[in-house]
Design a protein. Structure first.
Length: 124
């Protein structure tokens, strides 16, 4: 299978609320990326998280060849846990082309659970 996707990705609309309604961890509010590695190599992602008032923090995540991995920003803790109730942006750089989808689940209200996604466009 040929590699498919891009090396560089950016998302500017991150925010994880404190409040959560429903059963945890399934209904915990979160931002998440789904990463598809179609190459024959392990994908190594450098995920840089930016805030309005501090230097970016970088996280490394590996994805086996020809696999999907879902990464909750809530679970990124080293070198620093993602800040709750703070706007953040994300820049992702991979060593091989990957497909990245960003999604958010906000369960802060008992009446509302929403999910918004941005997906990789097929421009082949």
């Amino acid at each position: 299978m040929k590699p498919y996707g891009k090396i560089d990705w950016a998302f500017a609309a991150g925010r994880i609320p404190f409040r959560t309604q429903g059963k945890e961890p399934e209904m915990t509010s979160h931002d998440k990326i789904s990463v598809l590695n179609l190459s024959e190599e392990e994908a190594v992602l450098e995920i840089a998280v930016f805030y309005e008032d501090e230097a970016p923090k970088t996280y490394e995540v590996k994805i086996r060849p020809r696999r999907l991995k879902k990464i909750r920003f809530n679970d990124l803790i080293d070198p620093q846990a993602i800040r709750m109730e703070r706007n953040f942006a994300c820049y992702i750089k991979a060593n091989v082309p990957v497909v990245v989808q960003h999604s958010r689940m906000n369960t802060g209200s008992a009446d509302l659970a929403e999910m918004a996604t941005m997906a990789f466009p097929d421009d082949a």
